[in-house]
Design a binder for this molecule. Sequence first.
Ligand SMILES: [Zn+2]
Length: 481
Amino acid sequence: MTRVDDDGERPWSSALPLPPGEGAIELRYRVALRHQAAGPVHGRDAVPRPSAGGWQLIGRALIPALRVDGAPVDPPATLELSLPEGWARADSLPAGAEPVSLSALRDAVYYVGEFRRERLARGAVEIEIVSSDMPDAAVSELRLLVERTLTAGESLLGALPPGRRLLVYDRVPQGFEGGVLGDAITVLSSTPDLARATGPEGAIVVHELAHLWSGGSEPWFGEGFTRYFEALLQATLDGEEDVEATRRLVRRHEAYMRGIGERSLATLDDDLAYDGGASAAYCLDTELRARGAGEDVAARFRDARARARQEGRSRPSRDDFLAALAPEPRAYLESLVRVAGPIELGPCLARAGYRVERVGYRGYTPRALALELLKVTSYSMQRAEIFKTLEGSAFRAGDIIREVDGAPVDSVPAIEPLLALARRRVSVTLLRDGALQTVELPIPRVSPKERARHERLTIAELDASHAASPFSTAPSASAPE
Ligand SMILES: [Zn+2]
């Protein structure tokens, strides 16, 4: 057994020697997942699940397939986890178990496993790309996207402070995930496709790299502004048309609008904070751009970074950013964050030069019905596993939906049409803690207010020059650092 001790600040470059003996390594991990304490940035928090040959902790760490002389050695490894009170699996750290820091754990497993390593140096900034199971071509493609994103990011948000960063790139059976732990980034992917920054996997890479500049503990700021920078960088990297980039923002805004209820951005701590915060950043950007040339969110953010760096912090906090705004735009942003219910995107699109039309909505689409009925904000499409729920939901994180009205289902696309067929009530059978149970759910009626929330905004261009449209102009020049 290799013991991983928590010595606090172990640098990730320190290699653990391979234990003596051949093929007989058993690793027994004990992990304490400390929400928000693990790093400066919230990612999605989730319990570990198996990856192609190891384990992943989404947004926190990746424990790769471990091999010695080509033979996998980790299948008998166990991962024991404790979550703070109130979390789903608070009981799993055995009595007497010593928690280890995830960074120490990550360092240890990388240096006893086999992996491919690539260094990417840009002046005093070094990024080490590590992968245990991606093909060489995929890692090279990632390297190219990282280089281009860093160039666009430094132009938009300013030079990065010197130092080394780790980017872990590995496979998972399905989907795409990413996360940040300090200056270490994890990107997990089932089908590597990094040709487009706007593609699903490219978006994860761009988002996680944007966290080299931005973060912060309030999700609407830490994640929402990061999502907004992700969108600006994607548009630059893919040479996206202004109207296309704006449409993508509008589609994301609609998802946030449906889920937020009467909550304000300030209180959001789920995935809606990403898109709601991005909408707030967009609105602020149009407001700043309408006020004068050279004024925009990126310029204010660079100013906030300079303030944060004076105090030895690499990423600005919400307060650093607010302090970098003039009184009027600051009051505007604060009002967006406080308002109950969804913020209005229409006036912001109009400031950007778009004519906005609302398209009426007569009933739920199958997707909207599923979200409304299950009261969930995040789930795995392929496995019908619930990740995040809204208040009042009959489900909780970790539930896997198995049947709808007696019909077996194994994915979200299989569930949606069955829900749409149900009339007054629908019964849903789910797997929870290893046992099946069934819940009865009433089919919601669409109130006029709900109907308004399911309207679609469509945008039509007014003219060719969108002086205040954030996606139409090249990023404003970065101030010399
Ligand atoms: Zn993020």
